[in-house]
Design a protein around this ligand. Structure first.
Ligand SMILES: [Zn+2]
Length: 428
């Protein structure tokens, strides 16, 4: 009974939306529209050009005046822009729902879940187009902000700024994509119980995320810096900046941009990466997955958390390599831990309630792994992956950032970007 009523309500909702939207159409423009491509005045070619839209409460069509450019033949309906709709076939409200779904689950699942809850059938390919368009607008916003002159520092919400960066490779639709992820927020004063370390650590409040697909460190760090500026980096009220990352040299060299005079600068090696390296060298010496490996790693990591890097360096010093592989792995581990020694003062960090791991990559990339669109022979592209990541970063951040993005009517700007292209057809 309820599903029948829902189907009926979609019909009513669509009819109502169509009527309301058409009532808001401007049947006569105050000024002649100008072609976006060549700047020529456009002429009215159709007073009642029909437009179909799928909406949150129903599907509908409405008519509005349609103009064409004499020079290039490009078309324009000024009402579309006023209404906040772009080149895609979803209303702003429906596209917002689609974007939210896709930041959490793969497209196929999003299509299924939307069909299930909204009482109509939504195609994976349509969702892809809508969400990619929104993500491209989000990317254009980021690029514009990075190019804009730096504004005066904003007042931070606390006195300790947290900056985390990590890199990973994600297997997305049959290809390995390198993804760099950043998170910025304020640390404390609120505490939460961390099950891994069994300590009370500062919560990261108002976290902001960024991510970049197949980007160099030099392309990526301006994104992190942009987030940091928005959170109060550069402001005199800041007392401490905590930087957390894996042991990669690419991260620490750039983290130095977060040095601020008169502000304490703390660098922490992400405990998860430190333990990964411990597991790796143990596997080579005692056999992967063996009891000996588990015992050695358990002992060494406990000492690392409770006493800092010295017992770990001692344990590595006691290992005697019997093969060239063991020798190589041991040297790698020693170099890695020596380079990051000061960043492994975990007992000191934990005593100050500082987080020693962020899980930032897992949080940000979770829905991306194995994301794919099977429908209509579409293939994942780099810009597609970047688009979804942009939206996911917005969605993971404070709800205000998500709302602010949609309050600026992102769909309105999709046709102007002119970068929207049909996804490549999958090679047979
Ligand atoms: Zn033109």
């Amino acid at each position: 009974m309820e599903q029948s009523v829902q189907a009926l309500l979609r019909l009513v909702g669509g009819t109502l939306m169509g009527t309301l939207v058409e009532a808001s159409v401007a049947w006569r423009e105050k000024a002649q529209p100008i072609c976006l491509h060549c700047g020529q005045p456009m002429r009215l070619v159709d007073l009642r050009r029909k437009r179909d839209l799928r909406g949150l409460v129903g599907d509908f069509a409405f008519a509005r005046p349609y103009y064409q450019c004499r020079a290039c033949g490009g078309g324009l309906a000024p009402d579309d822009e006023r209404l906040g709709i772009g080149a895609v076939g979803y209303t702003p409200a429906l596209s917002r729902v689609a974007a939210m779904m896709v930041t959490e689950v793969p497209f196929e699942r999003a299509a299924r879940d939307m069909s299930e809850t909204l009482g109509a059938t939504f195609a994976e390919a349509d969702i892809y187009r809508v969400v990619e368009a929104l993500g491209i607008v989000a990317e254009a916003d980021i690029q514009a902000s990075m190019a804009a002159p730096q504004a005066a520092p904003v007042a931070p919400a606390g006195d300790t700024l947290f900056v985390g960066a990590d890199g990973t490779t994600s297997f997305i639709d049959g290809d390995w994509h390198e993804v760099k992820v950043g998170v910025v927020g304020m640390l404390g004063p609120e505490l939460h119980h961390d099950p891994q370390t069994e300590r009370d650590l500062f919560k990261i409040s108002d976290p902001r995320y960024c991510a970049a697909v197949a980007a160099s460190a030099d392309e990526f760090f301006p994104r992190v810096a942009l987030l940091a500026q928005g959170a109060g980096f550069g402001h005199q009220d800041l007392r401490r900046i905590v930087c957390l990352g894996d042991g990669g040299r690419w991260i620490w060299r750039r983290m130095s941009i977060f040095n601020q005079s008169g502000v304490e600068h703390i660098e922490i090696l992400d405990y998860m990466h430190a333990s990964e390296h411990v597991w790796q060298v143990a596997g080579v010496f005692f056999g992967e997955g063996s009891l000996d490996t588990h015992a050695w790693v358990g002992h060494v990591l406990k000492a690392l958390r409770e006493q800092g890097p010295t017992p770990l360096m001692d344990a590595l010093g006691k290992l005697r390599p019997h093969s060239s592989r063991q020798k190589r792995e041991l040297q790698n581990a020693k170099d890695y831990f020596a380079a990051n020694r000061d960043r492994m003062r975990y007992p000191e960090f934990l005593a100050q309630h500082l987080p020693i791991g962020s899980g930032v990559v897992e949080a940000t990339c979770r829905s991306l792994v194995c994301q794919r669109t099977k429908d209509a022979g579409m293939r994942w592209t780099r810009s597609g992956a970047q688009a979804i990541l942009n939206l996911r970063c917005l969605h993971l951040s404070h709800p205000d950032r998500w709302r602010a993005f949609f309050a600026r009517h992102p769909l309105r700007r999709t046709p102007r970007l002119a970068t929207l292209r049909r996804p490549q057809a999958q090679a047979a």
